[in-house]
Design a protein around this ligand. Structure first.
Ligand code: IPD
Ligand code: CA
Ligand code: CA
Ligand code: CA
Length: 263
């Protein structure tokens, strides 16, 4: 059975590298930038092109698989049955547009709701984070050591900027306490990278009140294979349908941070 996932993983890696190359070469071109739900919700011609690139590859190679992609070129997914690809063609579109770095391609392949393959590719730094269920987490083929338990007071916590503005899922007083207790805080604006940074120990925790399955699908497989924990703020497993709050952390830090966000 595992052989099937290895074959799919090899295809997914090849396509992700190719797509990353397209993104890097597009950085010198002028982009077509549009807005979606509000003035800060950006989409570019490259978000659309990369999602379509993956969908064509998947549909012609694995016609029975379904695809959930952010830009809506995939299938209408209302259940996690069968094999589902979760695709974020550019996670961190604002960074792609404004910074030309700190963005990633995120791919998660799930079977009956179980994460089998996770890929997060930072093409500017040529860092491909990858994991197959049960086989450990890797960056560019080098195994990421299993996370050791830590604590908030010796940890760096990444926060989504919405923790500063009104948000029904976060208590500002508790957030201020968490920030005071932590050694430091960061905000990268790219959920997929923030999740894999917890896997590598660049971050010790990341909290964000609302993500979609394509944002965390790839990173969740990777960080769990590295020994990290990823759940909703209520401590529940993340679902593949609809949006979720997300807390991801190394052991020890997770148990401390959930006290600030569980409501
Ligand atoms: C966004 C980024 C951002 C996170 C947002 C996501 P996008 O993804 O991951 O860091 O705070 O919630 O929607 O739109 O750039 O793919
Ligand atoms: Ca987006
Ligand atoms: Ca995203
Ligand atoms: Ca995106």
């Amino acid at each position: 059975m595992q052989e099937i996932w290895k074959k799919i993983d090899a295809h997914a890696k090849q396509w992700t590298k190719e797509a990353g190359g397209l993104l890097v070469s597009s950085l010198k071109d002028s982009l077509l930038i549009e807005t979606k739900s509000n003035a800060s919700d950006l989409v570019t011609n490259m978000d659309r092109q990369i999602e379509q690139f993956f969908i064509e590859k998947i549909q012609s190679t694995y016609p029975n698989h379904r695809v959930l992609g952010e830009e809506g070129y995939g299938d209408d997914i209302t259940s996690s049955d069968g094999t589902v690809w979760l695709i974020d063609p550019i996670d961190g579109t604002m960074n792609f547009v404004h910074q030309k770095r700190n963005f990633a391609i995120s791919i998660g392949v799930y079977h009956d709701g179980v994460g089998k393959i996770g890929l997060v590719y930072d093409p500017v730094h040529d860092e491909l984070y990858h994991a197959l269920e049960g086989e450990g987490a890797y960056c560019n083929g080098i195994e990421i050591p299993k996370l050791e338990p830590g604590s908030v007071s010796e940890g760096v916590v990444a926060v989504n900027a919405t923790w500063l503005t009104e948000n029904r899922r976060l208590d500002h007083r508790k957030m201020a306490e968490l920030v005071r207790r932590a050694r430091g805080t960061r905000s990268y604006g790219c959920a997929a990278l923030e999740i894999v940074y917890v896997a590598t120990g660049r971050l010790d925790a990341y909290i964000t009140p609302r993500l979609s399955p394509w944002d965390f699908g790839g990173g969740a497989v990777i960080v769990q294979e590295a020994g990290g924990i990823i759940t909703t703020f209520a401590g529940e497993p993340l679902g593949l349908v609809g949006q979720s709050s997300v807390l991801v952390a190394k052991p020890g830090v997770y148990e401390q941070v959930i006290e600030y966000v569980k409501g």
